[in-house]
Design a protein around this ligand. Sequence first.
Ligand SMILES: C[S@@+](CC[C@H](N)C(=O)[O-])C[C@H]1O[C@@H](n2cnc3c(N)ncnc32)[C@H](O)[C@@H]1O
Length: 306
Amino acid sequence: MASNDLANETRAVYDSIHVEYANNPDILNRIRSLITPQSLGLPDDYFVGKVCADLGCGSAVPGTCNLLDLGAKYVHAMDVNESFVPTAKQVLEREPAFNERWQLDIGTVEELPYENDTFDFVLCQGVIHSVDNDLTALREISRVLKKGGMANIMVLGKGGLMTRIGMETMRDEYRANSMFKALVDQDMTPDWIRQQFDWLIGQMDDDGTESYKKCVTLLECLRDLLDQDFILTLRDRMQTPKYLTYTLEEMEELLRSADFTSWRRLARKPTYRNVRKVLAPLYHEYDSPLAKLMYGEGSLILIATK
Ligand SMILES: C[S@@+](CC[C@H](N)C(=O)[O-])C[C@H]1O[C@@H](n2cnc3c(N)ncnc32)[C@H](O)[C@@H]1O
């Protein structure tokens, strides 16, 4: 199935990020356990016997692993071109329990290579905000779901200081400032970050005060908490060619137009080992005043029923 230029360009960005995910057990374990029946508000054995699709599955196929771990009968893992296949195969073939329960398909979420009413459950995480036509994609997801089937869709919410700094100011800067672009694209490594913080600590005047000691501790902590997982998140946010953000109302209107009959918003508290540990409560408590100030709408994780 042919995909468009935007999809292929997006795929190229993600392949290099996902290959690193696939080879980093800490990151892979974190992202392959984001979905739990409890967090979806579903019974513990919901996935047992279910035919699922992971659309825009990525090369590290964390969602596919997650669904198979939860007992899915069969998962179609789909992405836009063959670049994801070698890494996806390598990850899935590591698990004997997954044998004969998955297949890798090539296609675009805007024109799915599946019959109507095929799936009990569709996972589409971090994809809709980067495609040419989000409504077309959601209509396709609805089309391939069985009546009563469910889709778990995640897109980035709009607004908030952190989101606007990252998704507006920094994305603009990445495109306008070749030094920042080079940093994000290749030069930034945990070692580079360590060197910058150590240099800064060395430049501060030791005036013997408590405030000096606390500033050193702060910089030492930050130095140790900006790891490769953090750098890959930064690359994701900066390099992806198109990255829309949505209000909840905008997403709800899209789901309605795509013929979903009902939906709920979900909250997740991912387990990070880096500086994002500080932010995890804000992702979960997305309605709290601090979360609203920092993240506006927050991550929009929706479960929609056909
Ligand atoms: C942020 S990654 C998410 C990967 C995976 N879903 C996850 O949760 O880790 C976005 C993925 O969407 C894929 N993608 C981009 N445009 C697409 C399209 N039109 N159809 C299907 N997948 C697409 C990219 O190739 C990439 O692998």
